[in-house]
Design a protein around this ligand. Structure first.
Ligand code: ADP
Ligand code: NI
Length: 250
């Protein structure tokens, strides 16, 4: 690897390059330095763990998806004054237990809990991280709203990676991964669907824009994310319009 690549990698380690603030109001003053350094270490180790676990993933949920979601999470957390540590941990781990990426839901939870068991987290922090991850998924639009600002921020960051230029690429990558066509005018767009139909029913990449991606901008939680979503949504809408024009020989 070249020096410039190495430098780039250093910058990518947001947890190292951009450490957490040290003034945590819940701690006693004498706990502060220790608590902050153990949290810093947790972030660095979690980052390394997720990077290893998801680096070869080929459905659009690879390490770089996580990296983008973490960066966006940190930007939104600053704007919304959310807890940066909880947000970053949840963003890093949000796809580790995903049913799509594991043999079963239970196996996914085991993988996530196995990692969390090794971390010196307060029980309420651990619960909060797990609650965020459990409720993040789109699930065909069937999950309840997020309870905390940290949950809203991480969910928005994940959704923003499903809106815009990168989202277009991810959608086609995913369709290829599961063996769907890019488009088939004979496959109808589904208006309502259960979580099971959403995950396992027949679709195409273009249908997925109507079934999920173009609906996301109206399901964003925070003002900071909504502004980014509007602009990315327009780009994606223009793309889909143009796809149909070309399909119809125009
Ligand atoms: P979540 O991570 O919220 O559970 P999904 O797993 O449904 O969301 O989708 C994650 C991303 O995978 C989507 O944003 C999209 O890019 C892609 N994806 C999921 N399902 C499909 C599909 N049927 N066709 C094309 N892309 C899909
Ligand atoms: Ni994700």
């Amino acid at each position: 690897m070249t020096t410039s690549n190495n430098q780039q990698l250093d910058q990518l380690q947001y947890s190292k390059a951009n450490p957490l603030p040290t003034n945590h109001s819940e701690s006693q003053p004498s706990d502060l330095p220790q608590r902050s350094s153990s949290r810093q270490q947790m972030l660095e180790e979690t980052e390394a763990f997720v990077r290893t676990e998801l680096s070869g993933e080929t459905s659009g949920h690879d390490w770089w998806h996580i990296h983008r979601v973490v960066q966006m999470t940190r930007r939104l957390a600053a704007a919304e004054q959310a807890d940066l540590f909880i947000c970053t941990m949840a963003a890093l781990l949000h796809d580790i237990a995903d049913e799509k990426l594991n043999p079963s839901k239970e196996a996914g939870m085991q993988r996530l809990n196995g990692w969390l068991d090794q971390q010196p987290l307060d029980p309420q922090e651990r619960e909060h991280i797990l609650e965020i991850i459990a409720n993040m998924s789109y699930n065909g639009g069937n999950n309840p709203p997020m309870r905390t600002i940290e949950g809203k921020v991480v969910q928005d960051a994940d959704r923003l990676d499903a809106i815009g230029a990168i989202a277009i690429a991810r959608c086609f990558v995913y369709a290829g991964h599961v063996g769907d066509l890019m488009y088939d005018p004979e496959v109808p767009v589904r208006e309502q669907m259960t979580a099971e139909e959403y995950r396992n029913g027949q679709s195409t990449a273009i249908n997925h824009f109507h079934e999920k991606l173009l609906k996301l901008k109206d399901r964003i939680n925070t003002p900071a994310a909504r502004e980014i979503a509007e602009e990315r949504h327009q780009y994606m809408q223009d793309y889909v319009d143009r796809f149909y024009r070309e399909w119809n020989g125009m």
